[in-house]
Design a binder for this molecule. Structure first.
Ligand code: YNC
Ligand code: MG
Length: 401
């Protein structure tokens, strides 16, 4: 019945399915009408706090909260284990605001958190200045007490105070109303470990040795001119990505600074490596392709032998082979398969156990051939305060390719 969500400027689940409609904001408001202080929490010893993630001690508090209480799969086998370096990457992106890192302390202890970062989103032909809301978490002991709506209303107020009226967010749960839905796909790299954890079953008519051989990868990549992205590639990667993302209906509009932040690994950085980006440079020194993946561990909740899975997540890519006139789908398919095969080889070299990808962008062109299998998880995409026609997600849906 969505007691909370039915009060919010979002489309109803049964709305707008029959015929296409004009897209745009649902509710128009003015900054001067937005309250300048948060709604009182009304619980003794509980208070709103702004988390300063540039302070190691506060970053560590958010890390601890997420480490024990953040997203688990349905069977509670795994839980995302965001480390402090990936949290900095995700939350201190260009234009970040301290005020958008919101916590609740109870008796001084951090027990809930929600965040937003500024983003420009293009939805079909319109560009919206919005925010991306992520890392909403409530301590397990405080669940089902309607704290989530309180967090959501507070991050909304803070975005509105900065003149931001739209937001994008994803969730595994169905809420009113997904603009698009994707499925997770997984490609085993260390099949034996995934088997021991209980993530990858051995099919009844198969044998261990066969499964291990099926997922074996060579040690060397084969794409000519493939190398790690460097600072000198930022403009070329930015330009190529911008042209490639033009093909899609729901994408970020990245600035040069954002391309640098999201894609360039800083060699001098200490900490754990988060982003892996590779470019292909041709004989004329032109960047013709790039691909990227990021590192995100998951805790294995109940296992004698293994406590963590090292997962690589497919991120942005672009290829000139997808940009020819006329468009040649089979040429793009062949190229993406070659690139993703190399991505898997590099992921193996960097000791990842599994490579995860969603059914978005043109991933449908390579998932099957690269031996990805569909997972149980779905990821729903939402836009707050915006009326939008559904955007086909999933693999091989007609609008996608
Ligand atoms: C969810 N994930 O339906 P109704 S994703 C949004 N996103 O409301 P309570 C959610 N809403 O149905 P709990 C949600 N999960 O009555 C539940 N809800 O209308 C809704 N899990 O609240 C739910 N992190 O406090 C219901 O539930 C109401 O104590 C129930 O808390 C929920 O970060 C949660 O999965 C998720 O920590 C915090 O279960 C808790 O269960 C938890 O009684 C593990 O809440 C971690 C987890 C979610 C990851 C994410 C994106 C969040 C997006 C939030 C929406 C942002 C809107 C845009 C705002 C800015 C606008 C501008 C401009
Ligand atoms: Mg609650």
């Amino acid at each position: 019945s969505y007691k909370f969500w039915s009060t919010q400027p979002v489309m109803k689940l049964d709305e707008g399915a029959d015929k296409p409609f004009e897209e745009g904001p649902l509710r128009i408001m003015k900054v001067e009408d937005i309250p300048t202080s948060p709604a009182p929490l009304g619980i003794d010893k509980f208070e709103w706090v702004t988390m300063d993630l540039t302070q190691e001690s506060q970053l560590k508090e958010v890390y601890d909260l997420l480490n024990y209480h953040y997203v688990e799969d349905e069977e509670a086998m795994f839980r995302f284990k965001y480390g402090t370096d990936i949290l900095k990457w995700a939350l201190l992106s260009p234009g970040w605001k301290k005020e958008w890192h919101v916590g609740i302390r109870g008796n001084g202890k951090l027990c809930a958190f929600i965040s937003a970062i500024p983003v420009q989103i293009r939805i079909r032909d319109k560009v919206v200045k919005g925010s991306e809301v992520n890392f909403m978490v409530v301590h397990k002991k405080l669940r089902n007490k309607r704290l989530a709506p309180v967090l959501i209303k507070e991050i909304t107020r803070l975005c509105n105070l900065d003149g931001v009226w739209q937001a994008i967010y994803t969730a595994g749960v169905v809420l009113p109303k997904p603009v698009s839905t994707c499925r997770y796909y997984h490609r085993a790299i260390n099949w034996q470990k995934l088997y021991e954890i209980g993530f990858s079953p051995c099919p009844p008519n198969s044998k261990h040795a066969f499964q291990v051989r099926k997922y074996a990868l060579p040690d060397q990549t084969t794409t000519k001119g493939l190398r790690e992205m460097e600072a000198k590639d930022i403009d070329a990667v930015h330009h190529l990505l911008k042209r490639y993302l033009d093909k899609f209906d729901l994408v970020p509009e990245f600035s040069r600074e954002e391309v640098e932040h999201w894609l360039l690994h800083k060699k001098e950085s200490t900490g754990e490596r988060v982003i892996y980006t590779y470019v292909v440079e041709d004989d004329k020194k032109k960047i013709t392709d790039f691909f990227s993946f990021y590192a995100l561990d998951s805790s294995v909740i109940q296992n004698q032998k293994h406590s963590v899975i090292h997962a690589a997540y497919g991120f942005y890519y672009a290829t000139e082979s997808g940009l020819t006139t006329p468009y040649d789908k089979s040429a793009e398919k062949a190229r993406l398969n070659a690139l993703m095969h190399d991505a898997l080889i590099l992921a193996k070299k960097h000791k990842f156990d599994v490579f995860n990808a969603l059914s978005l962008l043109h991933n449908g062109l390579f998932l099957e051939e690269q031996k990805f299998g569909p997972g149980d998880g779905q990821l729903h995409f939402y836009i707050f305060n915006y009326r939008a026609n559904p955007i086909a997600g999933g693999v091989n849906k007609k609008n996608q390719l």
